[in-house]
Design a protein around this ligand. Structure first.
Ligand code: F6P
Length: 355
């Protein structure tokens, strides 16, 4: 009997999804002659009646390695666990399609859904996706490197215009409750101040750094993660569960600009990069990582290692139980070497007494 495996992309998109789809499908086709079915629009395609699926023969997954987004479509809102009847319908659809297993490519939300379905009997394997790099048990999700590259380029562009006008320029990154994008892109783009959700910033300290730089006729670049907040303040992105739906984005850069302007003599401007960070072609690093993840997911399928998510730990490809990836966020640890390096080279993290 031919092995038939389904694949879906859930949650927000990110660069590298197509690279994973391609690697999963090619690996399964080549190694065990499997037939691969693509589920459309994430879990929605399995919840809907009739189901929305399409065959993914070799030609359908060729030539998509570099393409951003997902050829299968995705959805944030489809929840196969919204009630037991929906979960049962999804399981019945999987059976009716003759799927021996399902590969779910998604973030922590999708891994939680995959885990819930696994507990109800679904044979499923997960692949970690998010530009935020915040999935528990995974030190690098694909899509993150591309987002960092995009933000870095934006900061470089802001550097020249900020210098021309002697301004303070604030650039807001995505990342929800984790500051990975702001931290790495801030360092790569030579930001002067990096503000993270993990370290509540001191507004007066930030203003003092800007003033000290202005005295030396220097402009200032502030890179701020969307979940960052001042000491004693509220985050713009709600940092607690349950998450607001839909998640409201943006605004922390504008709020900071409004708070800083009266404290400074120079002009302050804010840029919110938004979904630009999720679009476009994956970097070579993400293409390679996504290919490795996809191929590894196919190995898990072929060895029937169900209920697991492929991952990278200490630079090695491995897998963890879906349950491990399903809950919480992996935030920047306060003793992370990049934080130490930032402080030691004189980058302000918005802390009192900063240079
Ligand atoms: O989790 C990925 C992410 O891009 C976050 O960085 C951001 O806060 C959120 O998704 C945006 O979600 P949406 O696309 O639903 O606005």
């Amino acid at each position: 009997m031919t092995t038939r495996i389904g694949i879906l992309t859930g949650g927000g998109d990110c660069p590298g999804l197509n690279a994973v789809i391609r690697a999963v499908a090619k690996s399964l086709m080549r190694q065990c002659g499997a037939e691969v079915l693509g589920i459309e629009d994430g879990f929605a395609g399995l919840i809907d009646d009739p189901v929305r699926v399409r065959p993914l023969p070799w030609d359908a997954v060729s030539g998509i390695l570099m393409r951003g987004g997902t050829i299968l479509g995705t959805s944030n809102r489809a929840n196969p666990l919204r009630d037991e009847a929906t979960a049962a319908r999804v399981l019945a659809h999987v059976q009716a399609l003759g799927l021996q297993g399902l590969v779910v490519i998604g973030g922590d939300g999708s891994m939680g859904l995959a885990h819930g379905l696994a507990q109800r009997g679904l044979r499923v394997v997960g692949v970690p996706k998010t530009i935020d790099n915040d999935i528990p048990g995974c030190e690098r999700s694909f899509g993150f490197d591309t987002a960092v590259a995009t933000v870095t380029e934006a900061i470089e562009r802001l550097q020249t215009t900020a210098a021309s006008h002697g301004r303070v320029m604030i650039v807001e990154t995505m990342g929800r409750w984790a500051g990975w994008i702001a931290l790495e892109a801030g360092l790569a783009g030579a930001a002067d101040i990096i503000l993270l959700p993990e370290i509540d910033f001191d507004l007066e300290a930030v203003a003092a750094v800007c003033r000290a730089r202005a005295q030396r006729r220097r402009h200032t670049i502030i890179c701020i993660g969307e979940g960052a907040k001042p000491r004693g303040g509220q985050p713009t992105v709600q940092a607690v569960e349950p998450r607001p739906e839909p998640l409201r984005l943006g605004g922390v850069a504008h709020a900071l600009a409004a708070a800083l302007q009266p404290r400074l003599d120079c002009e302050v401007r804010a840029t919110v990069l938004g979904h630009v960070q999720r679009g476009g072609s994956p970097t070579p690093f993400d293409r390679v990582l996504a290919t490795q993840y996809g191929n590894e997911a196919a190995q898990l399928v072929m060895t029937h290692a169900w209920g697991r998510m492929v991952t990278l730990q200490r630079g090695q490809l491995t897998s963890v139980a879906l349950a491990e990836a399903a809950h919480g966020n992996r935030r920047v640890p306060l003793d992370h070497p990049l934080l130490r390096a930032a402080r030691q080279i004189g980058v302000s993290l918005g802390e009192p007494g900063d240079p």
